[in-house]
Design a protein around this ligand. Sequence first.
Ligand SMILES: NC(=O)c1ccc[n+]([C@@H]2O[C@H](COP(=O)([O-])OP(=O)(O)OC[C@H]3O[C@@H](n4cnc5c(N)ncnc54)[C@H](OP(=O)(O)O)[C@@H]3O)[C@@H](O)[C@H]2O)c1
Length: 340
Amino acid sequence: MSMNNPRVAVVGATGAVGSAMQSILASRHFPASEIRLMASERSAGRVVPTPWGDVVIENLATADPVGIDIALFSAGGARSREYAPRFAAAGAVVIDNSSAFRADPDVPLVVAEVNDDAIHAHHGIVSNPNCTTMVVMMALGPLHRAAGLRRLTVCSYQAVSGSGQTGMDVLAHELDVLGKDRDLLVHGGWSDPGGDFYARPIGYNVLPHAGSFTEQGYTDEEWKLVHETRKILDAPDILIEPTCVRVPVMVGHGIAATAFFSRPVSVDEAREILGAAPGAELWDDNKVPTPLDCAGRDGVLIGRVRATVGEEGGISLWTVGDNLRKGAALNAVQLAELLL
Ligand SMILES: NC(=O)c1ccc[n+]([C@@H]2O[C@H](COP(=O)([O-])OP(=O)(O)OC[C@H]3O[C@@H](n4cnc5c(N)ncnc54)[C@H](OP(=O)(O)O)[C@@H]3O)[C@@H](O)[C@H]2O)c1
């Protein structure tokens, strides 16, 4: 295997994340000797222009993984569970965007610029964290290293692109249909735009329900925040209270977080740490970062850094990042760079 000029496969290449992976590999001049693109049989045969020449999309079900050095998977958990072990057995290192292997103790879960060293323990598969966890780790990772995170309350404001291309199509459609009669939105009487992609309409609405309901009344997205934060920070005892909310935003997951540490942390110390956090940008002086500000941008934005006013000694902050880039594709490419 040549890791200087690896042969790279993008699996799920036609999706929201896979498309971002292709453009990020190109813009970062990833030193691939060859790119292979794979998706379902629906897309197989289509020709995609890339900096490595025109590439014909292959059907994942029949593609031969032999010869691939690095495979970036973003085709859903079922595909990862079925094909990632086969690709790894054929010699590839798989960087997997799904949740399939994140809890596996033999699979490192890595946020580039937060816990890079963990990647070296891989046995052929590395997991890319959940997009919400990823964004909040960019702020909490450096604070944890300085002061030891003990307790965390987080509320996410998650964009519809977190549910893929279809999420964006559904939002655009519902804004169009529901927006036609503003009076009905103000006084009631609107009619459901139809479809069951989300449990309730997302246009002009917020859904305190991201993912699927699982144990104890929490959703799987909420449990990911708990388990993945503990694994990434290698701190199994952190207490976490998560609420995940889907909002009518195309791109950019926002997270409001309140954190307490093993000692009091002043707002000045927090600002100093966050101002130096790699891969993040601190917006200060009441300049407020929003999802629209982070869309298409690599750096995660941090703002509203303040001292807690109930119980003293903690820090409250807001962080927002492009879920398709740092939340998924950019981090996957950064992990591939760590393997070189
Ligand atoms: N969106 C995010 O913010 C985000 C963040 C982190 C992780 N992820 C994860 O990344 C994965 C993809 O998400 P996405 O947002 O890019 O979804 P998406 O836009 O719906 O794209 C899905 C991709 O998977 C492919 N696919 C679907 N069924 C397949 C099959 N049977 N065989 C082969 N390929 C198949 C699709 O190919 P066709 O076009 O041929 O159907 C498409 O390329 C998911 O596991 C998701 O959990 C997403």
